[in-house]
Design a protein around this ligand. Structure first.
Ligand SMILES: *[C@@H]1O[C@H](CO)[C@@H](O)[C@H](O)[C@H]1NC(C)=O
Ligand SMILES: *[C@@H]1O[C@H](CO)[C@@H](O)[C@H](O)[C@H]1NC(C)=O
Ligand SMILES: *[C@@H]1O[C@H](CO)[C@@H](O)[C@H](O)[C@H]1NC(C)=O
Ligand SMILES: *[C@@H]1O[C@H](CO)[C@@H](O)[C@H](O)[C@H]1NC(C)=O
Ligand SMILES: *[C@@H]1O[C@H](CO)[C@@H](O)[C@H](O)[C@H]1NC(C)=O
Ligand SMILES: *[C@@H]1O[C@H](CO)[C@@H](O)[C@H](O)[C@H]1NC(C)=O
Ligand SMILES: *[C@@H]1O[C@H](CO)[C@@H](O)[C@H](O)[C@H]1NC(C)=O
Ligand SMILES: *[C@@H]1O[C@H](CO)[C@@H](O)[C@H](O)[C@H]1NC(C)=O
Ligand SMILES: *[C@@H]1O[C@H](CO)[C@@H](O)[C@H](O)[C@H]1NC(C)=O
Ligand SMILES: *[C@@H]1O[C@H](CO)[C@@H](O)[C@H](O)[C@H]1NC(C)=O
Length: 267
């Protein structure tokens, strides 16, 4: 079972089915809520189920929030566990922070950011699989569509059919806030199609396609593995979510309990 407190807790419910790794220590424990809220697991699951009926994107939103939260709190990695954590005082859902990888960074730079918090390339490729659902605004990838790296042509690692679609959705000097599906094949389903898309040059963000299209990269074989074996992806994703959640978690009187998951209280 994977449990988190308040906002992070919601996320945990999504991954109950995927998660089977379980440890405990003094501060974060698997029984943190056993007295104060014994049914926390089913309550959270019900909330998520209800929310999903209104917004199929909530899983993607929560995953992104967890990602941002974990990265801004990045300090020394800790491989302990799971419940009793609190929400960050720094990460807004939209807040930028230099320790958060950006969608236009080089694979080498992203790998370094992950490594700095104790996550390896398997974690990087597995966690990128969260782009199996959700949307991205044009401004996060339109640098690929017309004049990539100042060379006068689109990113050569973009599938030409897919490129045409994206150029229509995101015209030059158009509205950068328009949304596009991160996984054009199965937009709201949590599956391994994200990786099959990379095999046909249909990664939306530069940082997605780089995992497969960077010559000689050790990430290529991991992408191939996840594209060919969904079970392998699901197992790796669950483990990497835990690894990421254990980056210097906030406990006790650190952090806070958010009243609105999107933002730090009082901001
Ligand atoms: C927990 O949930 C079960 C079934 O969902 C219910 O029967 C039980 O009363 C609940 N316990 C508490 C303490 O809410
Ligand atoms: C969070 O966002 C609010 C506006 O929504 C802003 O006022 C605040 O400065 C942001 N905090 C951080 C740490 O980025
Ligand atoms: C980003 O996070 C780091 C580490 O938590 C913090 O020291 C830094 O001030 C943050 N930068 C911004 C721009 O918020
Ligand atoms: C990679 O990181 C270096 C050092 O922080 C920076 O100068 C460079 O612009 C980054 N490159 C990319 C493509 O992100
Ligand atoms: C990354 O770490 C995991 C353990 O969490 C390990 O199983 C995996 O082989 C490592 N991947 C690489 C590429 O070193
Ligand atoms: C592409 O961008 C470069 C650098 O910004 C610029 O010099 C060049 O004229 C642009 N090419 C086209 C076709 O717009
Ligand atoms: C861009 O689109 C958003 C809605 O998607 C709208 O709120 C905003 O005003 C538009 N901006 C411009 C410059 O047209
Ligand atoms: C581009 O995508 C199409 C599917 O839309 C696929 O059939 C084709 O093989 C892809 N091309 C390349 C070069 O990957
Ligand atoms: C990768 O290598 C192939 C052939 O070996 C080459 O055509 C391609 O341009 C290279 N891609 C990059 C991004 O360097
Ligand atoms: C797929 O991955 C799982 C988990 O790593 C493994 O047990 C299974 O043997 C793999 N299946 C194939 C066909 O390789």
């Amino acid at each position: 079972m994977l449990y988190y407190t308040p906002c992070s807790l919601l996320l945990g419910a999504i991954f109950l089915a995927l998660t089977f790794i379980y440890q405990s220590n003094a501060q974060l424990s698997s029984t943190f809520y056993s007295n104060t809220c014994p049914n926390v697991s089913s309550i959270v699951s019900n909330v998520i189920q209800q929310a999903l009926q209104f917004d199929t994107r909530i899983t993607a939103s929560l995953t992104r929030l967890h990602f941002h939260d974990c990265f801004v709190n990045a300090g020394g990695p800790s491989w302990n566990v799971l419940v009793g954590r609190r929400d960050s005082l720094i990460a807004n859902q939209s807040g930028a922070n230099s320790s958060i990888p950006s969608p236009t960074e080089s694979l080498a730079n992203i790998t370094a950011k992950f490594s700095a918090v104790g996550l390896n390339t398997t974690d990087l490729v597995a966690l990128s699989g969260a782009h199996t659902f959700g949307r991205a605004q044009c401004r996060f990838f339109n640098q690929r569509l017309f004049n990539f790296s100042g060379k006068g042509i689109p990113d050569p690692t973009l599938n030409s059919t897919y490129l045409s679609t994206l150029q229509q959705n995101c015209p030059q000097n158009g509205n950068g806030t328009i949304l596009n599906n991160l996984d054009p094949s199965t937009i709201d389903t949590f599956d391994n199609n994200y990786y099959s898309n990379l095999l046909t040059n249909q990664g939306l963000l530069q940082t997605d396609q780089e995992l497969f299209s960077t010559n000689g990269s050790s990430t290529i074989s991991i992408v191939n593995n996840f594209a060919n074996n969904q079970t392998s992806f699901f197992q790796a994703f669950a483990q990497s979510m835990i690894n990421m959640g254990n980056i210097n978690p906030l406990t006790g009187n650190q952090g806070e309990i958010r009243s609105d998951c999107k933002k730090v209280n009082g901001s």
